[in-house]
Ligand binder design. Structure first.
Ligand code: CU
Length: 142
């Protein structure tokens, strides 16, 4: 049965070709802040939610425009994470809870505003994002 041998090698070639195609999709090996991920929730009202699906591995810092620099968090997207889909970040006491969350690629993260005032979710880091200067006396008790 020499024909079988030929068919097996053809099958093996097909599998290898498929793997190359799949692997080619993810070329972001950076573990630094992922610049390709940007979002701005706008105002999230009390009991409101905002969601974003993190597709590729990397780190994404974010903050609340209304309560920076105190209110900020980070999503780490890694295939080694132990996460559920969707995963949830609560907004409570002017904090993101948990502040740091690890999820697997293609996980949808849902932010839930549990407070009686507005919040936002914006990518970036208010302390390194060139804000500079201690920011005018921190008024605004939201
Ligand atoms: Cu806030």
């Amino acid at each position: 049965m020499t024909i079988d041998t030929h068919q097996h090698s053809l099958l093996a070639f097909t599998v290898v070709a498929l793997l190359i195609v799949v692997g080619g999709c993810s070329n972001s090996t950076d573990s630094e802040n992922d610049p390709s991920v940007t979002f701005d929730s706008g105002t999230i009202s009390p009991n409101g939610t905002y969601s974003y699906t993190f597709e590729n591995e990397g780190e994404v810092e974010y903050y609340c425009e209304l309560h920076k620099p105190d209110m900020q968090g980070k999503i780490t997207v890694t295939s080694s994470a132990n996460s559920t889909d969707p995963d949830t970040v609560l907004m409570s006491n002017n904090q993101f809870q948990p502040q740091q969350l690890s999820v697997t690629p293609n996980t949808k993260v849902v932010w839930v505003n549990q407070e009686s005032h507005n919040h936002t979710v914006v990518t970036g880091n208010p302390s390194t994002g060139g804000g500079g200067g201690g920011g005018g006396g921190g008024g605004g008790d939201y």
